[in-house]
Design a protein around this ligand. Structure first.
Ligand SMILES: O=P(O)(O)O[C@H]1O[C@H](CO)[C@@H](O)[C@H]1O
Ligand SMILES: [Mn+2]
Ligand SMILES: [Mn+2]
Length: 393
């Protein structure tokens, strides 16, 4: 077996129709479908000819019952829709399950109250940070809260702590005034204690700027994620003596378990890294990539047009990626959850996700499970599938 596998997660590009969406308050959410509908008839409708040619429009219709405007070409690729079973609509849940490991526990979430963190936790953060208090202490959008608390942060030196409907404890701090290394150390020290309480991630959210000129989050974000409790696709592949390359957040999401290399950066940087991996990755290797800006820059910001333009950016880049594939390679494109920019609030949405493939011919795989993606990659690479999924090849 000389073929290689490339697994690309377009973070938050859901396609609606999750059977348990109601339990998450998301019945009817459909990231891709609603973006296409919102822009239909405008002077810039959503145009995704390359993804659609693989089967994207058909996948949306399969997941949610309706073909979005402008999509629905006759598929030339492998296409289907995947459903998640883990009880979280967040990044670790989605990625671990794509990696063959449905989350075996209930995550801890912080209550939607103000304040949202208990006194012991606040005291512990203060102790580790060496401050007399924290700012924030509520559910918030990460860009809004630095608008609201940035100036107080510079005046007091206190870290800005906030959460969302995900199992996360996020700390925003000014890279220069608070210090990037100090922020990363604070998160690293706090993370094991919160992981023990089944909080999925502590996330460092460094930013720069000033009141008046505005605040900007930097690319030095770092996620301190709870480690997967059992081996995943990455471990199965590495355990078979193969190389596993991570592109983007994948290394953080899997705590580098089963991963040999990592590269981080903006989505534009990561696209270049993916091209390099397509040119150079070893026979039998796995390259696992995440492009996060669909989620972080557009979904959580409820920026419909921005989300559409980023989808088109990826769509335009796709032919060049595919041209770099070698004869026995398999490339799968999927997503980890939804983040419908037309939906209420600023959080993720429970949705099905697309599964689009190149290297396996034109093939309708129908409704599949997230864990089937890991089984399929394992099958293609001829390594043992140790998860609950079944290969759809
Ligand atoms: O609003 P920002 O800071 O981007 O945070 C979002 O990013 C977190 C991790 O992906 C989510 O849980 C959500 O809170
Ligand atoms: Mn995600
Ligand atoms: Mn997110």
């Amino acid at each position: 077996m000389t073929g290689r596998a490339f697994l690309v997660v377009l973070d938050s590009v859901g396609i609606g129709g999750a059977p348990d969406a109601e339990a998450f308050g998301d019945a009817g959410a459909n990231t891709l479908g609603h973006i296409a509908e919102a822009l239909a008839g405008s002077d810039r409708p959503l145009r995704l000819p390359n993804l659609d040619r693989l089967g994207l429009g058909r996948a949306v219709a399969l997941a949610s019952g309706a073909t979005p405007p402008g999509l629905g070409a006759e598929p030339e690729g492998l296409w289907g829709a995947a459903t998640e079973v883990s009880q979280g609509k967040d990044t670790p849940s989605g990625h671990w399950e794509i990696g063959g490991l449905p989350v075996p526990w209930e995550w801890t979430f912080f209550p939607p109250t103000d304040p949202c963190f208990d006194e012991d936790l606040v005291a512990r953060v203060c102790e580790l940070a060496g401050t007399d208090g924290i700012l924030g202490n509520r559910h918030a959008s990460g860009t809004n809260i630095i608008e609201e608390e940035g100036e107080s942060h510079l005046n007091t030196g206190w870290p800005i702590c906030y959460t969302s409907t995900d199992s996360v404890f996020q700390i925003a701090a000014h890279e220069e005034a608070f210090g990037l290394d100090r922020l990363l150390k604070l998160c690293a020290d706090l993370a094991p204690e919160l992981h023990a309480r089944k909080v999925g991630r502590v996330i460092a959210r460094p930013f720069v700027g000033a009141q008046g000129t505005g605040w900007t989050r930097t690319k030095n974000r770092q996620d301190f994620a709870i480690a997967p409790p059992s081996p995943t696709l990455c471990d199965w592949v590495q355990g078979a003596g193969r190389r596993v390359h991570s592109v983007g957040k994948i290394g953080d999401i899997f705590s580098m378990q089963g991963i040999d290399t990592k590269v981080k950066g903006s989505d534009a940087d990561l696209l270049e890294a993916l091209k390099e991996r397509l040119a150079e990755a070893e026979p039998g290797s796995l390259t696992f990539a995440n492009l996060v800006e669909f989620d972080s820059a557009y979904g959580h910001r409820r920026d419909v047009a921005g989300y559409a333009r980023h989808l088109e950016w990826f769509d335009t880049a796709l032919p060049d990626l595919l041209a770099r594939m070698k004869p026995d390679d398999l490339l799968l494109i999927t997503a980890d959850h939804g983040n419908d920019p037309t939906w209420r609030g600023t959080d993720h949405t429970r949705e099905r996700v697309p599964v689009l493939g190149v290297g396996a011919g034109a093939k309708a795989v129908g409704q599949v499970a997230f864990a089937d993606i890991a089984a399929t990659v394992a099958h293609h690479l001829d390594v043992p599938n140790r998860g609950p999924g079944r290969s759809f090849l």
